[in-house]
Design a protein around this ligand. Structure first.
Ligand code: PLP
Length: 369
């Protein structure tokens, strides 16, 4: 039994916003952003920033270095690559975001081989092992929770395989997994793990959060070609409780409040709540005949990507439920017309999800294909 905790901070049953990011934001977090202006080289800022990395490290489950920057998640894809400057990358791709990270590496002029799995499936660690046996790679990119398909890779197993089979760095996008489902940066041997504030951290968009391992930081010191997102600078400034460039201070006030909320719920209880939310969607989908895009056993805890039962149009369903005041995600990329996505991450409670599912049931009759 998890103890009674109101994740919504006073609005149980009232959440209507279920995008797979950006997500619904609690009142207390929004109010924290309205803090009066402070300078980022003064004591007030240092006091604020000194509180952030130690608690962030608890969420990333590391004794190592975690930093924040004013950036979308995509900026941290670039940061991972530009700080490491790998000779050759193995990009694991099984959906739109993992494909885009590979494209990001190519845009930076890096050598990339893509190991592809069909959209909706998880990457098989054995395939990764074989690929690592064929060529020498010094970095592997992997997206933990593929938000476009709702598939969850076994990041622990992939990281273990990479470590066993090579000395490549494990660069992980944990954008829609961390703070919603288990991510263990130290225990899993990750080298870089990145997210954005607008996912299971349940903050407004605009803040990038990332962990970097000791060996990543050591190599970055020698090889980095990054400027704005140069890790060694972020680290040097963090020691003085500052950021190298003007930070979005409102986001940091919000993060300060939200880290207390997350740790007060406890990470384990937060994971359990997300597990219960995905379990409820799974039971509902099975009863209604909506099919998961991802196989059972490799489904994200934070986003469910569903193909509506025959006769229902996914796009019409998204539109009809919107008329009832509920926002859900449409399909992504090539799955735009054929799927809909329910984001159930952050500070959403089960009672609110029940409201959404009831609204989807009502809408289904008006969403003929
Ligand atoms: N990676 C994943 C798994 C995502 O879901 C997203 C956005 O939805 C991104 C990366 C990109 O994040 P951003 O839009 O903050 O750049």
């Amino acid at each position: 039994m998890t103890r009674a905790f109101d994740p919504t901070g006073g609005k149980p049953g009232q959440v209507r916003f279920f995008l797979p990011g950006p997500v619904w934001v609690r009142d207390a977090v929004r109010q924290a952003m309205a803090h009066e202006a402070i300078g980022h080289r003064g004591k007030a800022f240092a006091d604020l920033y000194s509180r952030i990395p130690p608690r962030l490290a608890r969420v990333f489950r590391t004794n190592g270095f975690v930093f924040t920057t004013t950036s979308a998640g995509t900026g941290l894809w670039e940061a991972a690559l530009l700080n490491l400057m790998p000779e050759r990358i193995l990009a694991l791709a099984s959906g739109a975001f993992s494909e885009r990270w590979a494209a990001c590496a190519r845009d930076l002029g890096l050598a990339v081989d893509v190991l592809e799995a069909p959209w909706g499936s998880a990457i098989a660690p054995d395939e990764v092992r074989r690929a690592l046996g064929r060529s020498r790679y010094d970095a592997v990119t992997v997206v933990h929770s593929e938000t476009s398909t709702g598939a969850l890779n076994d990041l622990a197993a992939v990281a273990r395989t990479v470590r066993d089979a090579s000395d490549a760095f494990v660069l992980a996008d944990v954008v829609t997994s961390i703070a919603g489902s288990p991510v263990e940066c130290d225990d899993w041997g990750l080298d870089f793990a990145l997210t954005g504030s607008q996912k299971a951290f349940a903050l407004p968009p605009g803040l990038g959060l990332a962990f970097a391992s000791d060996r990543f930081r050591a190599r970055a010191k020698e090889r980095s070609r990054a400027h704005y997102l140069r890790l060694s600078e972020a680290e040097a400034f963090a020691e003085q409780h500052q950021t190298p460039y003007t930070p979005s201070t409102p986001h940091l006030f919000a993060l300060d409040v939200q880290l207390d909320h997350i740790l007060d719920e406890t990470l384990e209880a937060r994971w359990a709540r997300h597990d219960a939310l995905r379990g409820r969607v799974a039971a509902w989908a099975a009863e209604r005949g909506h099919a998961y895009a991802a196989a059972e056993g490799s489904r994200s805890w934070t986003v469910s990507c569903l193909k509506p039962r025959p006769g229902i149009s996914a796009e019409a369903l998204v539109a009809r439920v919107k008329e009832r005041g509920y926002t859900i995600g449409g399909g992504y990329g090539k799955w735009k017309a054929s799927t809909f996505r329910i984001g159930h991450m952050g500070d959403v409670d089960l009672a609110s999800l029940e409201g959404l599912l009831a609204a989807l049931d009502e809408s289904a009759g008006e969403a003929a294909a």
